[in-house]
Design a protein around this ligand. Structure first.
Ligand code: RIB
Ligand code: CA
Length: 304
């Protein structure tokens, strides 16, 4: 079976880290690189966190420190949710490896994509700053991309409103212009919005943590270590970013519909998604998920 070539684009907070743990234990994927962007933490700390997680698992991945959202300042909310270290205050050991720090990180990302012997899927679980710049700076890169799978936005406001404003989900709120550029591109996109990823029956609670603790594997132990404090603090933790990873691995887990999506880039409704369902659309919106299949895949990928 040929593996899917992916680049993960993350702002490595808690749920990004869980998605990374699962991705590193998914034989369907060939992780070419992980690029970081500011969001839950700075792009620099996100790179450190990516290295921390991969090294605890004994894995080596190419980490490229990416862009910072214009005027980025880490929010109090992000610290509350993801902890001071961005990894649930799990205090993982400092990494030995180094991230690639470049004056032109977007070119470094483009070089990875161009060097691939097959088309690349971008799995995006953060503000889309890197991706929008990649599409505008490296115009010929589109021919080397298979699709973009992203966590971000809200596509059914009747089910869930934004988590920053009533209109805007965090990743789209931080860089709505980037989200608008990506949605306006003609690349195939699979989109997992907050209306899907906030499902309580796909969140990790104390009973799920206990089940995780009983699994004798480094993947489960690391996931437990990262989730323990946030779950005890909030009672449960949504694995928003894991939805994008699972949609990359098995789209059949999801009920989907084709759409065109416009993102409002400024004003009080910045980050708002205007979704028009049409079979001619290039965005595949994940409207629902097989929750049992989701949890089965989660625990299957935590096994050693
Ligand atoms: O709104 C949820 C998204 O914002 C997730 O990607 C989470 O990691 C944060 O970045
Ligand atoms: Ca994220």
């Amino acid at each position: 079976m040929s593996r899917t070539k992916v680049i993960l684009d993350m702002d490595v907070g808690v749920d990004d880290a869980i998605a990374l743990i699962l991705a590193l234990n998914s034989k369907e994927l060939d992780i070419l690189a992980l690029s970081t962007v500011s969001g839950n933490v700075s792009a620099r700390i996100a790179a450190v966190n990516a290295l921390k997680v991969s090294e605890v698992l004994g894995k080596s991945i190419k980490v490229i420190k990416g862009l910072s959202v214009n005027g980025y300042r880490r929010s109090k909310h992000a610290i509350e949710v993801h902890g001071f270290d961005g990894l649930g205050d799990s205090n993982l050991p400092s990494p030995k490896g180094k991230a690639i720090i470049s004056r032109d990180p977007i070119k470094r990302i483009a070089d990875v994509i161009k060097g691939s012997d097959s088309k690349v899927t971008l799995v995006c679980t953060a503000p889309l700053t890197n991706i929008a710049r990649l599409l505008s700076q490296e115009k010929d890169i589109v021919s080397k991309l298979d699709k973009i799978v992203l966590m971000g936005g809200v596509y059914d406001y009747a089910r869930e409103q934004g988590n920053v404003t009533r209109y805007a989900e965090f990743n789209f709120y931080l860089d709505p212009k980037a989200a608008s550029i990506v949605m306006d591109s003609d690349i195939s996109i699979i989109a997992c919005g907050l209306d899907l990823t906030s499902r309580r029956d796909c969140a990790v609670d104390a009973s799920m943590l206990d089940k995780m603790k009983s699994i004798d594997s480094i993947y489960a132990r690391l996931a437990f270590t990262i989730l323990e404090k946030p779950v005890s603090r909030f009672g449960y933790f949504n694995l928003h970013d894991v939805f994008a990873l699972f949609a990359t691995i098995d789209e059949d887990l999801f009920t989907t519909a084709k759409a065109d999506v416009k993102v409002i880039a400024e004003g009080k409704e910045r980050g708002r998604c205007i979704t028009t369902y049409t079979n001619a659309g290039h965005v595949t919106v994940c409207k629902d998920v097989n929750a049992k299949g989701f949890m089965d895949m989660l625990f299957e990928r935590l096994q050693g």
